[in-house]
Design a protein around this ligand. Structure first.
Ligand code: MOS
Length: 749
C-alpha cells in the first residue's frame, strides 16, 4: 500500500543512522588528507602585532601554517544570512572578538596539528573590550524602517493614559549556544579547479554561493555535500569564515584538508543566540480587553553586523489590540556575530509578551486562558489582514482538557505536595508559516521504484522520510520503493532548511514533479490504442496502489503505463515557487540566496501556526529547587505529513523550552568578553532526569489558503512560549515573578 500524507511513518533513514552507515560530512573518506587545527584569538578587541611560529613549525609533521600574513588576501568575509556585514577573520590583523580564527595549522595528523596550535604565541595590541549590554564602549543603534519592520498603530500613549490596568516591565533572555552534538567541521578537496566541500549545512546552495563569493570563483566550480547533519538548530544555516580558509588551505598544499573544530571553538567560530532585553507594556480595560501594546526589544550583535531577530513581528499581531508600537535596537559589542537559533525571533520575544499577559491576568484576577480568549482575533491587528486559519483557542481547550486546567486555583501558592509548592502556568505558542522556492527531480521506473532528488537537508528532523512520503503518496507506490537523495549541491536546489519552512518547501516541489510525471504517463495512456484508459480525460487519471486509472473506473498496471513512455524511467524536473514570491525567485535560489515567503509578511493574509502550553512546576519549600512535573501542549499547524516525526519535533521543542526557562545560559567574562562555560558539561541543557512527563497533542487543522497542501510547518513551534509558561507556573507556585531567564534558585530565595 502506498502511504498517505498524515500517516505515521518510521524514518526511512533510521536504520542507516543507528547502524553508523549514514555518513556525516566529516566522515567522508579522503585520500591522504591533511588535518587542520584552528588558532583562535586570545583577546576580544585589538590587532595582531606578530606571530611566533618557530616552535610550531619545528614539530615533525607540521605541513604549513596559515595566517593573515600568508593567505589574508585569498578569501573575502562571508555574506551573512541577513545580508549584512560581519567580522573578518584572517583577512587582516584585526581582532573583533575572543576566539576569532587567526591562523590554521596543517599537519599530518590531528594530534600534531593540535599540539602545534598550542605552541603558537601571538603578540597583540589590545583594546579593552565591551562584552554586552551596559558595558562602556558598546554602541546602540535603533533599527530604521526598511531595515526591519516596526508597527505604529493608533495611539499607544493615549491608551496607556486611559486604561484601567497597565503592566509595564523589563524582561531579559540570556546568551545561548546551539551545541548540536555534531561538531562544526569542514573538509575541502580540489580536483583541478573543481572544489568539493563536505560541511554540515542547512543550505548547501547557500554555502556554495557564499563560498564562490568569498573565493572569487564561479559557483559551478564548487560542490557542497551534506547528506546528514548531526543537529543544527540554526547554527549551520549561514556561511561562516572557516569554510573558505579550509578551501584555501587545501589549494595551497595540494591535498584534501579536514577540519573538525573543538566544542569550545564552536562557541566563537559559529553563530549563537544573542542575549536580549525587552520593555513590554500592556494596557487593558477593567474586563481585560487589550487597549495598548508596546514592545521595545534590544539585542546584542557584533561591531560591524546589524544582525537581529526582531520578534516584534509576532508579538505585535498575536492579540486583538487597537494601539500598538514596537521598536528594536541592536547593541554593538566586541562579540562574534550572532545568528538564528530554534524559533529565532519568537523564543526570546514571546517570553515578555506571554509573561506580561499572565501578569495582566493576575492583576485582573482572571484566568489567563480566558484573558487570551477575550483577546483572540481572526485578523492581524497591525493591518486587518485575516489569518489563513487560527486555532489558538482550540489548542488551549485541548491542552486544558488533558491537563485538568479547570482545577487551577486563581491565587498563587495555593497548591502543594509534601515539601513542594505546586504551580500551574500557561502560554501561547505562535510561529509564522514560511515556504520557499525549490526544485526536485523525480524518476519512476516500470518496476514501480522511484528516485527523488533535491538538495534538501536532513538535520534530524525526518526530511528524507517526508520526501519519500510526498513522492510515494502521489505515485501510488510503497515507501520503500522510493530512494531519496538530498544534501548535495549537484541536485536540484532547495532553500534553507530553517524557520519551519522545509517540509512545506520540499513537499510542494516533489508534488509538482510527481504531478507532471503522472500527467505524462496519463497523456500517453489516453492517446494509446492499447490502454484501458484510452479516451479518458487525462486530468481524471491518477496513480494509486500500483495502477494508473480513473478512481472507480478503468485502470491498468503502473508497469504498463510507465513502460509505454519509457522502458528505462520517466523523469521530471520541476521548479516550484510559491505564489506571492517575486518573479525572480528561482534565479535567486540558484544563486544561493533565499527566496522565502514569510507568513507574517504575506500581502493579503497572515499565515501562522499556533499552540498552547500548560505546565506544572514544583518548587521546593526549603531549597527552592525547581522541577517541571508535567508539560501538556497542543498544536495546530495545518497538514501534518508525518505525525511521528512531527510529534518528535514538538516534544523536542517543548523540552528545549524547559532548558531555556531553567538551565541554559552562556556565561560571559565581562573583562575579557569571553564565553566561560564553552563546553557541554557546564552549559546546561535539559536531560532525561529534568523531564518528567511530556504530552504533545496534534490538533487536526485544515488550511486551504496557506499553501496547496496546507502545511504550516512546526519545527520551531514547540519551543515558542514554553519559557513563559514555566515562568508563569513558577509565579503560581511561589508568588514570585521572575522576568530574567534562566530562572534560578537564587531568584526564589
Ligand atoms: Mo531554525 S533556528 O530557523 O534553523
Amino acid at each position: 500500500m502506498s502511504p498517505r500524507i498524515g500517516q505515521a511513518q518510521l524514518r526511512v533513514d533510521g536504520r542507516a543512522k543507528v547502524t553508523g552507515q549514514a555518513l556525516y560530512p566529516a566522515d567522508a573518506p579522503q585520500q591522504n588528507p591533511a588535518w587542520a587545527f584552528l588558532i583562535t584569538s586570545e583577546i576580544a578587541r585589538g590587532r595582531i602585532l606578530s606571530f611566533d611560529l618557530s616552535e610550531a613549525r619545528a614539530i615533525p609533521g607540521v605541513i604549513d601554517i596559515l595566517t593573515h600574513e600568508t593567505v589574508g588576501t585569498e578569501a573575502k568575509r562571508p555574506r551573512m544570512q541577513a545580508g549584512g556585514d560581519t567580522t573578518t577573520s584572517m583577512e587582516n590583523a584585526e581582532v573583533w572578538h575572543d576566539g576569532q580564527i587567526i591562523g590554521i595549522i596543517l599537519a599530518e595528523t590531528y594530534e600534531i596539528a593540535r599540539d602545534a596550535a598550542h605552541r603558537v604565541s601571538v603578540a597583540y595590541a589590545e583594546t579593552p573590550p565591551a562584552a554586552t549590554f551596559d558595558q562602556p564602549g558598546v554602541v546602540e543603534e535603533w533599527r530604521e524602517p526598511g531595515e526591519h519592520e516596526d508597527y505604529e498603530v493608533g495611539d499607544v500613549d493615549a491608551a496607556f493614559a486611559s486604561a484601567d490596568v497597565v503592566i509595564d516591565a523589563l524582561y531579559e533572555t540570556p546568551t545561548q549556544h546551539h551545541n548540536p552534538i555534531e561538531l562544526f567541521s569542514t573538509t575541502a578537496a580540489w580536483s583541478g579547479d573543481q572544489l568539493t566541500v563536505w560541511e554540515p549545512s542547512q543550505f548547501v546552495y547557500g554555502l556554495r554561493g557564499n563560498l564562490a563569493h568569498q573565493l572569487g570563483i564561479a559557483p559551478e566550480r564548487i560542490r557542497v555535500i551534506s547528506q546528514f547533519v548531526g543537529g543544527a538548530f540554526g547554527s549551520k544555516g549561514g556561511a561562516t569564515a572557516r569554510t573558505a580558509w579550509i578551501a584555501v588551505a587545501a589549494r595551497r598544499i595540494g591535498r584534501p584538508v579536514k577540519l573538525v573544530a573543538t566544542r569550545d571553538q564552536g562557541y566563537t567560530i559559529a553563530t549563537y543566540r544573542a542575549e536580549t532585553r525587552h520593555r513590554l507594556t500592556l494596557a487593558a480595560d477593567g474586563r481585560g480587553r487589550l487597549l495598548g501594546l508596546r514592545h521595545e526589544g534590544a539585542e546584542v550583535t557584533s561591531r560591524p553586523s546589524v544582525y537581529n531577530v526582531s520578534g516584534t513581528e509576532t508579538t505585535a499581531r498575536l492579540y486583538a489590540c487597537p494601539n500598538i508600537r514596537t521598536r528594536v535596537k541592536v547593541v554593538h559589542a566586541d562579540r562574534n556575530t550572532p545568528g538564528f537559533m530554534r524559533a529565532p525571533p519568537d523564543t526570546p520575544y514571546m517570553f515578555p509578551l506571554e509573561s506580561a499577559m499572565d501578569e495582566l491576568a493576575e492583576r485582573l484576577r482572571m484566568d489567563p486562558v480566558e484573558l487570551r480568549r477575550l483577546n483572540d482575533t481572526a485578523t492581524d491587528p497591525t493591518d486587518g489582514a485575516p489569518y489563513t486559519s487560527r486555532h489558538l483557542m482550540r489548542c488551549f481547550d485541548e491542552a486544558s482538557a488533558h491537563f485538568g486546567w479547570n482545577e487551577r486555583p486563581l491565587e498563587p501558592g495555593a497548591m502543594s505536595r509534601g515539601d513542594w509548592r505546586i504551580g500551574w502556568g500557561c502560554a501561547s505558542a505562535a510561529y509564522p508559516s514560511n515556504i520557499a522556492a525549490a526544485a526536485a527531480r523525480v524518476r519512476l521506473r516500470p518496476n514501480g521504484t522511484a528516485d527523488v532528488e533535491l538538495a534538501g537537508h536532513e538535520l534530524g528532523t525526518g526530511a528524507y522520510t517526508v520526501a519519500a512520503i510526498a513522492a510515494a503518496a502521489r505515485l501510488g507506490i510503497e515507501i520503500d520503493h522510493v530512494t531519496v537523495r538530498m544534501g548535495d549541491s549537484t541536485l536540484p536546489p532547495t532553500a534553507l532548511a530553517a524557520g519551519s519552512s522545509h517540509t512545506a518547501t520540499i513537499t510542494h516541489a516533489i508534488a509538482k514533479a510527481c504531478d507532471a510525471l503522472v500527467a505524462r504517463i496519463a497523456a500517453a495512456a489516453v492517446a494509446s490504442g492499447d490502454s484501458p484508459c484510452a479516451g479518458q480525460d487525462p486530468a481524471q487519471l491518477a496513480l494509486a496502489d500500483g495502477a494508473l486509472g480513473v478512481p472507480g473506473g478503468p485502470s491498468e498496471p503502473l508497469a504498463a503505463a510507465v513502460a509505454r513512455v519509457s522502458h528505462g524511467a520517466v523523469e521530471v524536473y520541476a521548479e516550484h515557487a510559491p505564489p506571492g514570491l517575486p518573479p525572480d525567485a528561482l534565479d535567486t535560489l540558484y544563486a544561493g540566496q533565499l527566496p522565502i515567503l514569510r507568513g507574517q509578511q504575506r500581502k493579503t493574509d497572515r499565515a501562522y501556526a499556533f499552540g498552547a502550553h500548560m505546565v506544572e512546576v514544583m518548587v521546593h519549600r526549603r531549597t527552592a529547587e525547581i522541577r517541571v512535573a508535567r508539560m501538556v501542549s497542543a498544536f495546530a499547524s495545518g497538514t501534518i505529513v508525518n505525525p511521528l516525526t512531527a510529534h518528535s519535533q514538538y516534544v523536542g521543542g517543548m523540552i528545549w523550552g524547559l532548558g531555556a526557562a531553567l538551565l541554559e545560559k552562556t556565561e560571559i567574562d565581562l573583562r575579557h568578553a569571553r564565553y566561560v562555560n564553552d563546553n557541554i558539561s557546564e552549559y546546561l541543557v535539559a536531560v532525561n532526569a529534568d523531564v518528567a512527563q511530556v504530552e504533545a497533542i496534534l490538533v487536526p487543522e485544515e488550511d486551504d489558503r496557506v499553501n496547496d497542501i496546507g502545511i504550516k510547518g512546526l519545527g520551531e513551534l514547540g519551543i515558542v512560549g514554553m519559557n513563559a509558561a514555566i515562568a508563569n507556573a513558577v509565579w503560581h507556585a511561589t508568588g514570585r515573578r521572575v522576568r530574567r531567564l534562566p530562572i534560578r534558585i537564587e531568584d526564589l530565595l
